[in-house]
Write a protein that binds this ligand. Structure first.
Ligand code: MCA
Ligand code: AMP
Length: 501
């Protein structure tokens, strides 16, 4: 491959002379080739240039998953524009924060949504794109040439900006470079044995690392194909097993698939690999899936800041409850609270170093507290490593709930609750949930009467927060348990709620 580190160039240049190679099949059987995506992304990139966008400009995108939204991501890569994806579930206040932080030159969103409304009063270009691939993005780029010379990028140029890790109530921007993304994609493609003959069942959203970089990176680098489903639906997914041989998903996908009566060996006979990540996969789900289908799900571990760090092997022992060994080229260690390497099976913080790891949060000048002196990123995940080098994630030092593979930072919900005149204080915690892994519960100390308060609080949360962050239950208490330092003891609340459920 040539020296241009641009991710689009690295993905597509090997297939330029074979552009009719199929890339994706949609639910209605429509097939798009590698060449089709080269053309579509070329037109969109030219359309962006005609708006005056320059390399390094941010493009904020809040759209439904469609082949056209994939072309938009690719157009950003090839133009050197910074791709900033947003979950379509985000509400007005959340979006305002992202826009103020990311400062996009262009937004792409569905017509008549809060984002469209927001940018109408701002000096930002706005394109629309709906779930069936129609909108001004397509209208404006249709007349553009499909020929676009992919910009020459340096490995350190920013390819994408994602937000996560909102421990203070606001998510932080995580710039990922072409070099970060390519390093991880190359490693995973090789490690998981991706080949031209593979067909990935692509059912994850493309606004997070898992569906956007892990899944797509392996497909493009190996020249494989995808069956492209807009969202997870267990019945549709299991039907698609007959056309595919690899699937990536969050644990909820696997527990929902197990609820399908038809799931068995025969249905999965064409599949070669099921991969799980983004949240812990339970032993029960692993074992039941193995009994029903004969497949031992391969679990791996990663983060937005780092991409993937560890994986169970393609060939060799996949140990349930572990996330496998460090990926080639990635240093992973467990550090005890005294700053020394933790001995085997002792809990400590997981720290990571490698070309896959970002170099600091967006617009923060002093990232020293996020990294160690020898360049390891402090993940905030607590883990152990066993004698054979397999890592397990046993908890988190960061206050984070992962529900159905989506992150909820309790502080963000608490801020909304505590702004309500009838709330004295609150603590938002995650308790075990069969479907989502963890379920969000709000423990609230009310000011006075609780009559009708749950409905009011739910409605405020629904107005201000994406639905997946809205507590599934509200519990009213007289006071919150605190330690000697006055810190709320969320572990006690979690235990109480778990026992009571
Ligand atoms: C939807 N709801 C949720 C969630 N999703 N509530 C909690 N947790 C969720 N994840 C809300 C809906 O808004 C709805 O609320 C109600 O719950 C029921 O929705 P349901 O129809 O069951 O949800 P769904 O549409 O089927 O979605 C569930 C899902 C989806 C399929 C599990 O959330 C999903 O695709 N998750 C994957 C996310 C992902 O890609 N994660 C990777 C992050 P209401 O009734 O009030 O409207 S990348 C990452 O973590 C790192 C880097 C890594 O390692 O990969
Ligand atoms: P995100 O903020 O979306 O990047 O989420 C990253 C977090 O997801 C990590 O820091 C872990 O806490 C969690 N995570 C990802 N994969 C796994 C896994 N296989 N097991 C347990 N936790 C995981």
């Amino acid at each position: 491959m040539s020296s241009n580190a641009n991710l689009f160039h690295q993905f597509f240049s090997p297939w330029e002379s074979d552009s009719s190679r199929p890339l994706l099949t949609t639910l209605d059987g429509h097939v798009l080739s590698y060449g089709d995506l080269m053309e579509q992304s070329g037109r969109i990139a030219n359309g962006m240039r005609s708006l005056g966008l320059k390399s390094g400009d941010v493009v904020s995108v809040q759209v439904e998953k469609s082949p056209q939204s994939l072309a938009l991501y690719l157009a950003c890569l090839r133009g050197g524009f910074v791709y900033h994806p947003l979950n379509p579930a985000y509400k007005l206040k959340e979006l305002l924060y992202f826009l103020e932080s990311a400062e996009p030159r262009l937004t792409v969103c569905t017509d008549n949504t809060p984002l469209a409304e927001l940018v109408s009063g701002m000096d930002v270009h706005c394109w629309t794109l709906d779930g069936v691939g129609q909108g001004s993005m397509i209208d404006d780029s249709e007349s553009q040439s499909e020929i676009f010379s992919t910009v020459a990028s340096d490995a350190n140029d920013i390819a994408a900006l994602l937000y996560s890790s909102g421990t203070t109530g606001r998510p932080k921007g995580i710039p990922l470079t072409h070099g970060n993304l390519l390093a991880n994609a190359k490693t995973l493609t090789e490690l998981w044995g991706f080949k031209e003959s593979d067909c990935l069942l692509h059912v994850l959203p493309i606004f997070h690392v898992h569906g956007l970089f892990v899944a797509l990176g392996c497909v493009f680098l190996s020249g494989a194909r995808m069956v492209w489903l807009p969202r997870f639906d267990a019945a549709e997914v299991s039907k698609a097993f007959s056309q595919c041989n690899v699937m990536m998903g969050v644990p909820t996908y696997y527990s929902r698939l197990l609820a399908e009566e038809e799931l068995d060996y025969l249905q999965c006979e064409k599949m070669r690999l099921f991969i799980s990540g983004s949240a812990p996969l339970s032993h029960d789900t692993f074992n039941e899936f193995s009994n029903r289908t004969g497949h031992r799900i391969l679990e791996r571990y990663g983060m937005t800041e780092t991409g993937m760090n560890t994986s169970n092997p393609l060939i060799g022992q996949r140990k349930p409850g572990t996330v496998g060994r460090p990926l080639p080229g990635v240093d992973v260690r467990v550090v005890a609270s005294n700053g020394q390497l933790a001995s085997a099976s002792k809990v400590g913080e997981i720290q990571v170093r490698g070309d896959n790891v970002f170099s600091g949060y967006w617009k923060t000048e002093d990232g020293r507290t996020d990294f160690t002196e020898d360049g390891f990123f402090k993940t905030g995940d607590l883990g152990t490593v066993d004698e054979s080098g397999y890592f397990s994630i046993v908890g988190r030092s960061k206050d984070l709930i992962i529900s159905g593979g989506l992150n909820i930072y309790p502080k963000e919900v608490e801020v909304v609750l505590e702004a309500h005149e009838q709330v004295e204080e609150s603590a938002v915690v995650g308790v075990p949930d069969k479907d989502f892994g963890e379920r969000v519960i709000a423990v609230v100390v009310p000011k006075g009467d609780t009559e009708g308060l749950e409905t009011k609080l739910k409605s405020v949360c629904k107005q201000e927060l994406a639905n997946f962050k809205v507590p599934k239950r509200f519990v009213f208490v007289d006071e919150l348990p605190r330690n000697a330092m006055g810190k709320v003891q969320k572990n006690i609340l979690r235990d109480r709620l778990h026992q009571a459920s």
